[in-house]
Ligand binder design. Structure first.
Ligand SMILES: [Zn+2]
Ligand SMILES: [Zn+2]
Length: 230
């Protein structure tokens, strides 16, 4: 996939393996801090461009190519998926990738999935991107027990654990609660004696509740009235 553009040996993630000399068994370590390229991560969390990536790698010459393995210590920035608070974190990402020599073919391997060298150069960036994305959480959290946001007003419940709108603040809910508990008693009593009586009670109560609805209905009718005339 990288065979159609030439690797830039000055790019910090392009590694030169000249010193390994294509001798199987030759090995060198690489400890280097490089600036992160843009756009590594997911929409919710990722590596800030230009932030330091500490590479702690081993480059090993094997018969088919060069095996790169080790750890990339990366900075992460994102957003808590529950409370939207900015998150700063770091992660040690495991890297392991075999870069095939240009003239090597692995049987049964899909060419698309194979990392290839260009001459003595290899590009670590695609492998780093894949490894980082696999390592990232799907739903990053500011802390494991993040309380999230109030579903009513959006307040951060971590800042205000006792935050509560309480059913008592809305008089309609108070009225409804009283009504439903009375109704519960009625159902229990009436169900034993007479089902018709129970329906009768409910109708009467709906009738009371309907009074404001009828007003609203009239209002709508009055508003709807002039529309056809114009
Ligand atoms: Zn949170
Ligand atoms: Zn609230």
């Amino acid at each position: 996939m990288t065979t159609h553009h030439h690797l830039d040996p000055r790019s910090p993630l392009v590694l030169d393996t000249h010193d390994l000399g294509r001798r199987a068994g030759a090995m060198r370590e690489l400890h280097e801090t490089i600036p992160a390229p843009a756009g590594i991560g997911t929409p919710v969390i990722g590596i800030p461009e230009g932030s330091p990536i500490e590479l702690d790698l081993r480059l090993e010459s094997v018969s088919e190519g060069v095996l790169v393995s080790g750890i990339a210590d990366v900075r992460l920035e994102g957003e808590c998926s529950r409370c939207l608070t900015p998150i700063q974190d770091s992660s040690d990402v495991d890297l392991q990738e075999l870069f095939l020599y240009a003239d090597q073919h692995l049987e049964g391997e899909d060419e698309e999935d194979v990392a290839r060298m260009q001459g003595e150069l290899l590009d670590l960036e695609p492998a780093l991107r894949d490894a980082v994305v696999l390592d990232l959480p799907f739903t990053p959290l500011c802390r494991e027990d993040c309380a999230g946001l109030c579903q009513v007003c959006g307040a951060n419940l971590n800042d205000d654990p006792d935050h509560d709108h309480g059913p008592a603040t809305d008089s309609r809910w108070v009225a409804l609660e009283g009504w439903s508990s009375e109704d519960g008693d009625d159902v229990e009593d009436d169900a034993v004696e007479d089902e018709d009586a129970e329906y009768g009670d409910e109708d009467a109560e709906y009738g009371d509740e309907d009074v404001p609805d009828e007003d609203a209905g009239d209002g709508e009718a009055a508003q709807a009235g002039p529309a056809p005339r114009s």
